[in-house]
Design a protein around this ligand. Structure first.
Ligand SMILES: Cc1cc2nc3c(=O)[nH]c(=O)nc-3n(C[C@H](O)[C@H](O)[C@H](O)COP(=O)(O)OP(=O)(O)OC[C@H]3O[C@@H](n4cnc5c(N)ncnc54)[C@H](O)[C@@H]3O)c2cc1C
Length: 306
């Protein structure tokens, strides 16, 4: 059985959009999700696959004014080797560094991770903690149109993206680099020898006050804890103004648990087990981020624990 008739390699975004606009076509990047979905019948065969990995602006990592900009077709392997991201978006490097194994990371992309729309996509959780935006491009009949949208707004449900991958292309992501007394961290808990998604994962961003003693702001992205990556906003509000210490983190756990919609998944874990993991994840990821924010130093740590 064939799953596509033509495999197209456009070299710019408008060419990709035009190919999609001709109908019966679908964006592909690394293919690590899409090809399995086609082979296993979760997706229908298409007339054309439109490969976006040869489009220069989609494979670049650069600074643009106050933004760090990462192309949607940047692979996880490439992303983790970028020193500016290790320092300025540490959680993203830590999370993309544990996706699959080396073969997967060599071809799988950040855009594919977001477009696949799983509530525990590792790279996606970090983008949500970074409050990142995605640039989505659409063909309006005569030209390509682009708009920046919060990554959080790209979810229509578990595994369902608000980006129409038969018509639209996510071209780039942008977010602010960390400033003084700000830092990020990522931790996930995985089944031993697990290769796919985490049992539970948490990406965090923190800003401390001028004295480095209290939380001035925080963002926590937890998954899977609902139909989309969860921003634990009540816990974030709870943290502001409180001492950045273990007592505060322990007190924040029940607030996170109130917001999280943890469920049992047959191959990974029960809801009760996930509930037990929340205190450890909050403590480990937040403590690391606070240390980094205080010291201004970043040493990458293994993000994963079995
Ligand atoms: C063995 C294995 C282990 C894995 N482990 C993990 C893991 O630990 N953590 C994790 O999060 N994921 C994991 N994955 C899932 C997958 O590798 C990631 O989600 C990856 O980032 C998908 O990227 P891709 O480029 O391969 O996407 P593709 O398979 O090419 O595309 C996925 C979907 O996104 C669409 N798409 C791709 N790029 C764009 C774009 N720029 N604009 C619009 N739509 C687009 C496609 O049409 C398709 O619907 C694993 C997969 C495998 C096979």
């Amino acid at each position: 059985m064939t799953f596509w008739d033509r495999y197209l390699l456009p070299t710019n975004v408008d060419e990709a959009l035009q190919a999609l606009a001709r109908g019966s076509a679908r964006v592909v990047a690394g293919g690590t999700d899409l090809l399995l979905d086609l082979q296993q019948g979760r997706e229908h065969p298409v007339g054309a696959l439109v490969d976006v990995t040869r489009i220069p602006e989609m494979t670049a990592i650069q600074t643009d004014g106050d933004w760090l900009v990462v192309g949607a077709a940047v692979t996880h392997a490439r992303l983790v080797q970028e020193p500016v991201l290790a320092r300025q978006a540490t959680c993203l490097v830590e999370s993309c560094g544990v996706i699959g194994g080396p073969q997967v990371r060599n071809v799988a992309t950040l855009g594919g991770n977001v477009a696949h729309a799983l509530p525990a996509g590792d790279g996606t959780l970090s983008l949500v903690a970074l409050d990142a935006e995605a640039e989505v491009a659409t063909w309006d009949g005569t030209a390509g149109r682009r708009a920046w949208r919060p990554v959080r707004a790209l979810y229509a449900g578990p595994g369902r993206s608000a980006v129409d991958q038969t018509r639209e292309v996510i071209t780039r992501f942008r977010f602010r680099p960390v400033g003084p007394r700000e830092a990020t961290a990522y931790k996930r808990i995985m089944r031993p020898q697990g290769v796919a998604l985490p049992i539970l994962a948490l990406a965090v961003w923190v800003r401390l006050d001028a004295a480095g003693e209290r939380f001035a702001a925080a963002r926590l992205a937890l998954g899977p804890a609902g139909p989309a990556p969860l921003r634990a906003e009540r816990a974030e509000a709870f943290l502001v103004g409180r001492p950045a210490d273990g007592d505060t983190l322990r007190a924040a756990v029940p607030v996170v648990l109130e917001e999280a919609r943890l469920r049992t998944s047959p191959h990974r874990a029960t809801a009760d087990y996930r509930r037990e993991l929340v205190p450890a994840l909050v403590e480990r990821a937040m403590t690391l981020a606070v240390q980094r924010a205080r010291s201004g130093e970043v040493t990458l740590e293994p993000a994963e624990e079995a």
